[in-house]
Ligand binder design. Structure first.
Ligand SMILES: [Zn+2]
Length: 394
């Protein structure tokens, strides 16, 4: 192996591990997913329009306010009613796109009832969180009429940090069971890698991700003391060997070690400030456009559907920006894995198994707009380039 290692050929060999039929199916799944963004956007517009026209939010606000002005109760109550109606109106679409379609592609083995139960539970959790967020948001709009959008960016950052802190402790255990890797070579490898990179080794778990999805995946969640790395049991069902585990955990350790969640929080908060600024500017014209009768203005929580329409438009337009930010972060995590663990082939083998839900070789524009991870073809090529530049001493 002292001859020159051909990174391009090695990449092609990895991609050829899957048959053309498997690649074609992955492409259909991935590109169909891009269209889901557009349909989901249109359905959320329709939902907001229907809620507005029903007049339910204005009536709820009047009832909750009563004779005495009770703005906190009104914004929480109206917020929760809006979220519930929006969730119910979107339910058929989510059932199609997040369950039925996944089932058709063999991406989930979950029964519909279980899917629905978990959906209802996450709705309840997010309704409480979002309800509290809306109380604070409308408080800001009332108290700081001119610069509320600036404060709202800080508020979003605060809620994101809070959510990340509590998720691994209070929320994720409601959906999955997290256990330390069982004694054996996987555990030994993981503990050794964690030690070598200054990460507490009791923060690496395996969870029963196969309950919800057959995707080969791992993730980092939490923040500061609550941060942890978790590998889905699907990795082992799909035969992950030690080199793969090391490559994948190296990638997740990269997210952890380089503080990616804080970067995402910071960038997301700046985008939130921009979004709320635009909400401030576009609320009145959008209210007229939707003829939102009975809504007294931007400070009225009954105008939530108007706000939701503006945010849906901005969300769709902002998707490529967020995707690009996250893609850079994912590239950085791959680099960390290669530099600190040095398993280019382990990483490549693992990446091949993610192709089924993220087609390997999209066009450049498709990747820029829709991919929140770099294309697998690109990632494997980078791993192989790294391998070529770092020949193992024989
Ligand atoms: Zn990642």
């Amino acid at each position: 192996m002292s001859q020159k290692f051909d990174a391009a050929a090695a990449t092609a060999t990895y991609l050829a591990q899957l048959s053309p039929a498997v690649h074609a199916k992955a492409q259909a799944y991935t590109q169909g997913g891009h269209w889901l963004l557009l349909w989901g956007f249109l359905i959320s517009l329709l939902s907001a329009f229907l809620i507005l026209r029903s007049g339910v939010l204005v009536r709820t606000r009047l009832r909750l306010e009563g004779h005495r002005r009770r703005p906190l109760l009104a914004s929480f109550g109206v917020g929760v009613v809006f979220l519930l109606m929006d969730w119910l109106l979107n339910l058929p679409w989510s059932a199609y796109s997040n369950w039925w379609r996944e089932k058709q592609y063999g991406m989930t083995s979950q029964a519909f009832v279980a899917w629905l139960g978990e959906g209802a539970l996450s709705f309840l959790i997010s309704a409480v969180f979002t309800g509290l967020f809306l109380v604070a948001l409308y408080g800001l709009i009332r108290k700081a009429r001119r610069l509320w959008w600036l404060w709202a960016g800080g508020l979003s950052a605060g809620f994101m940090v809070l959510g990340m802190l509590v998720a691994p402790i209070y929320i994720e255990p409601l959906f999955n069971t997290y256990t330390p890797a069982p004694n054996g070579e996987v555990r030994n490898a993981v503990v050794e890698m964690a030690k070598a990179n200054g990460i507490p080794s009791d923060k690496i778990f395996i969870y029963d991700g196969s309950r919800q999805s057959n995707a080969y995946t791992a993730n980092v969640s939490g923040l500061f003391g609550s941060a942890r790395i978790a590998m889905s049991d699907t990795m082992f069902r799909k035969g992950a060997d030690l080199a793969e585990v090391r490559g994948v955990v190296g990638h997740e350790m990269g997210h952890y070690a380089r503080g990616h969640s804080l970067w995402i929080t910071g960038i997301f908060s700046l985008l939130a400030i921009l979004a709320f600024f635009l909400v401030d500017r576009f609320f009145a014209p959008m209210q007229r456009l939707l003829s939102a009768d009975g809504v007294t203005g931007i400070a009225d929580p009954a105008g939530l559907p108007v706000l939701a329409v503006i945010l849906a438009v901005l969300g769709l337009l902002g998707t490529p920006i967020l995707n690009t930010v996250i893609r850079e972060i994912e590239t950085d995590a791959d680099r960390y894995s290669l530099e600190h663990v040095g398993e280019p082939d382990g990483l490549a083998k693992a990446l091949v198994k993610t192709i089924e839900y993220r087609a390997a070789t999209p066009g450049k524009i498709e990747e820029a707009l829709f991919y929140d991870h770099p294309a697998v073809g690109v990632r494997i090529r980078r791993a192989m380039d790294w391998k070529a530049a770092h020949p193992k001493p024989q």
